[in-house]
Write a protein that binds this ligand. Structure first.
Ligand code: GTP
Length: 340
């Protein structure tokens, strides 16, 4: 992503990007804006194709899909960044090694000169002068080696810092900023990893969807809605710990992926999550009034070898809808879907 557009062209693309955001009811924040500007530029073939496919399939655009487009088609991949940092640090340490050697060689040489100078100077005063000049020149070389070494040391510290920042960026890239849960990209990566390690592996998914959240937002506002979302997310995560992956799969939808867990165990965990959220009590920090109880509907399914992860998630969402139709605040499983 590198733009050197003249002002007139940049203005045109910018208004196209803004029109795209308006058409799809997207907030003009940096990620959405960058994706639509890049799309308007028409140079990122993969991104353009992905967006056009979505438009022609009449699929909805939201912040999540825009963030996915951004990380897939625009952001430099962390692997690429990592390779770059590794190459730079390798080069810095190789150069440091060479500089060390050169500095040692210059010192040895100076010592040798110091050692033999008395013998040589006693025989020939002209030679002594030449030798002194030689020593002076060698001292200068030694000093410049020392400076170079200091600079390389500094560069090596910087590349270490860069590596730490990259590690942090890599982690953030996989997290949802509001709730701290994993995002869809992390979910995709984990699923692919688990299945590549062991294609027959049991993977259970529990989809979680807040009930009547639109009404809650209407009554109490989006800011309080955000706080509630992150509290519910924290509760959901507390039932997963290290054994699974808690994900924010959409606006008010969470997903728990559990490797090596069967349907029955996953359903029991889902029921515990449901009860845990139901017991949460919320108090408005503004007027100290108790806010209404929040409930969730959950859908539990097992990954099937014949489906891809999108189909798996779509099926899991269908099961959540079943829980909604049955009256909300309950757990539905894939077995119930088969008996309809
Ligand atoms: N505050 C807040 N609200 C969000 C966020 N993401 C999605 N929402 C809201 O969640 C609501 C979801 O509404 P619906 O899909 O109609 O579902 P619902 O009202 O919960 O109804 P049921 O799912 O049928 O029980 C919408 O009003 C969204 O605006 C968010 O990040 N913060």
């Amino acid at each position: 992503m590198m733009y050197n557009d003249p002002v007139a062209l940049a203005r045109e693309k910018s208004s196209q990007a803004a029109a795209f955001l308006l058409r799809h009811n997207l907030a003009p924040h940096p990620v959405n804006y960058t994706v639509s500007y890049e799309y308007s530029s028409g140079q990122n073939a993969g991104l353009c194709q992905a967006i056009e496919q979505r438009v022609s399939a009449k699929l909805h655009f939201d912040d999540f899909i825009m963030a996915e487009f951004y990380s897939h088609w625009i952001e430099k991949s962390p692997q690429q960044n990592e390779q770059l940092v590794q190459r730079v640090s390798g080069m810095v340490s190789r150069l440091s090694g060479c500089t060390n050697q050169a500095q040692e060689a210059a010192s040895d040489y100076l010592e040798l000169l110091d050692h033999h100078l008395p013998e040589l100077s006693s025989q020939d005063p002209a030679l002594k002068l030449n030798m002194l000049q030689l020593i002076e020149a060698t001292e200068k070389i030694r000093l410049s080696h020392k400076q170079l070494y200091q600079q390389l040391d500094h560069a090596s510290q910087q590349s270490q810092q860069l590596r730490t920042e990259l590690k942090k960026m890599k982690q953030q890239r996989l997290l949802d900023p509001l709730t701290g849960l994993y995002n869809r990209l992390a979910m995709q990566e984990h699923l692919e990893l688990w299945l590549s390690e062991q294609p027959e592996r049991h993977i259970a998914a529990i989809a979680v969807d807040l009930d009547h959240f639109r009404q809650f937002n209407r009554d109490y506002g989006d800011t309080i809605g955000d706080v509630i979302l992150s509290k519910v997310a924290r509760k959901v995560r507390s039932y997963v710990q290290d054994s699974g992956l808690p994900v924010r799969a959409g606006g008010e939808e969470f997903l728990i992926l559990l490797p090596d867990v069967d349907l029955r165990t996953a359903s029991e965990i889902a029921e515990q999550v449901r009860k845990g959220v139901e017991k949460l009590r919320f108090v408005s920090s503004r007027n100290k009034k108790t806010l209404p109880k929040i409930t969730i509907s959950l859908g539990v399914s097992l990954f099937q070898a014949k489906e891809n992860w999108q189909q798996f998630l779509a099926r899991t969402n269908q099961i959540v809808q079943l829980a909604k139709h049955r009256g909300r605040n309950q757990v539905a499983t894939e077995v119930m879907l088969q008996t309809i």
